[in-house]
Design a protein around this ligand. Structure first.
Ligand SMILES: [Zn+2]
Ligand SMILES: [Zn+2]
Length: 376
């Protein structure tokens, strides 16, 4: 199969990030319509295997601001687009790709809506646009994916690696330069922190989550600590006690509806207590739910902790004859869940959770939810 070398064009650099509007080559509608539809196109790669692009792939695209062929360009400098269709004179001759662009926060930074504190964009956060272009396939760099972050959901979060693109489902209308933010749809408004600002995944301040029914709200730790009356929102207890209270902050019951979970089960073994459970599970269930500030990741540990708490309730429920099978199931399913969170991130969280009354971490703050007053 003939191989096509990576083009080595050098293009002038521009000073400022521009909207994705490749200007180096253009194709007329007449020529595009005359080309053959192709099922895929193959980009020869000097360093790795060839990359085969098909419709519905998401591609990294060389921006006009970078010379083609630059070694290891920073991810946030590359453009991102969905491939809509591929056409060419033949499989390896005069191949063009119709793409739909993803815009980054940099691309729309001048937009007036961006001054609204509800809008924050992380460095790898993207919004899909209605901007379509036909570009030469040599502009493609590699395949990528854009993960969806459902900020309003209590669970069902795919862990987002620090090198992954993600979207909170903003849509950018290129003709009107308007953002459509479904997160702030009037029928399903995003619950914002006390400060009214949305989550900035690259910001310095971590956010804490209250998963209780009716709350499901993220709060900046800083806003809870420095909150005006009736704040600050801090429980007067030790980190260890706080960890125990965190068990009762869950998405399925309000804390006052839950029965106490005993430390030990019944003498006859018919019920389980916390000390009878797998302690990895218990430690995770007692963690604060945190995201952001670099170390906790874009999505944070929400799904891991919420699921761990649910397993604790299931296992300790008094009339559950299948508890031993259920604990075995946790050890299988829970390990899968743990795999989703990078081990080192999980370990960082474990070191700050209060294991005992003499918890050493000064950074542990016994926060409470401004709405329901449970530990968060
Ligand atoms: Zn805040
Ligand atoms: Zn709450």
């Amino acid at each position: 199969m003939p191989r096509r070398a990576r083009p080595r064009l050098t293009l002038p650099r521009k000073k400022k990030s521009q909207n994705p509007q490749p200007r180096r080559m253009e194709i007329s509608d007449q020529k595009w319509n005359a080309l053959n539809e192709l099922p895929h196109c193959t980009l020869a790669n000097d360093r790795y295997d060839d990359v085969i692009f098909t419709e519905d792939n998401t591609a990294l695209v060389w921006p006009d601001t970078l010379a083609l062929g630059v070694e290891s360009p920073p991810l946030e400098d590359l453009w991102v687009a969905n491939i809509i269709s591929i056409r060419g004179a033949s499989q390896f001759e005069d191949v063009w790709v119709q793409v739909q662009w993803w815009y980054s926060g940099k691309h729309i930074q001048d937009h007036r809506q961006m001054e609204d504190p509800k809008y924050s964009f992380g460095s790898l956060e993207l919004c899909l646009s209605d901007h379509y272009t036909i570009i030469p396939f040599e502009c493609l760099y590699d395949k990528t994916e854009v993960l969806e972050y459902k900020e309003n959901e209590v669970t069902d979060h795919k862990y987002i690696d620090e090198n992954k693109f993600y979207t909170r489902s903003f849509l950018y209308h290129s003709s009107t330069k308007e953002l459509t933010p479904p997160l702030y749809h009037p029928d399903r408004p995003l619950k914002l922190c006390l400060c009214g600002k949305s989550y900035n995944p690259d910001g310095p301040d971590p956010m804490h989550f209250c998963p209780q029914p009716g709350c499901s709200t993220w709060y900046h730790a800083e806003c809870l600590v420095s909150g005006e009356a009736p704040g600050p929102y801090i429980l007067n207890c030790t980190p260890y006690e706080h960890g125990s209270q965190l068990l009762y902050s869950n998405p399925d019951f309000r804390s006052e509806e839950m029965e106490d979970i005993p430390d030990v089960g019944a003498m006859d073994g018919t019920t389980l207590g916390l000390n009878d459970l797998d302690q990895t599970l218990v430690v995770h269930a007692k963690q604060q739910i945190i995201k952001g500030a670099g170390i906790y990741g874009v999505v944070g540990n929400q799904e891991l902790v919420v699921e761990a708490r649910r397993w604790v309730y299931r296992l300790c429920s008094r009339d559950d004859p299948g508890y031993s099978e259920h604990q075995a199931l946790w050890l299988t399913e829970g390990v899968k869940l743990l795999d989703k969170i990078k081990l080192e991130e999980s370990q960082k969280l474990l070191t700050i959770v209060g294991h005992s009354d003499d918890a050493t971490s000064d950074s542990y703050i016994t926060l409470k939810c401004p709405k329901c007053a449970t530990a968060i």
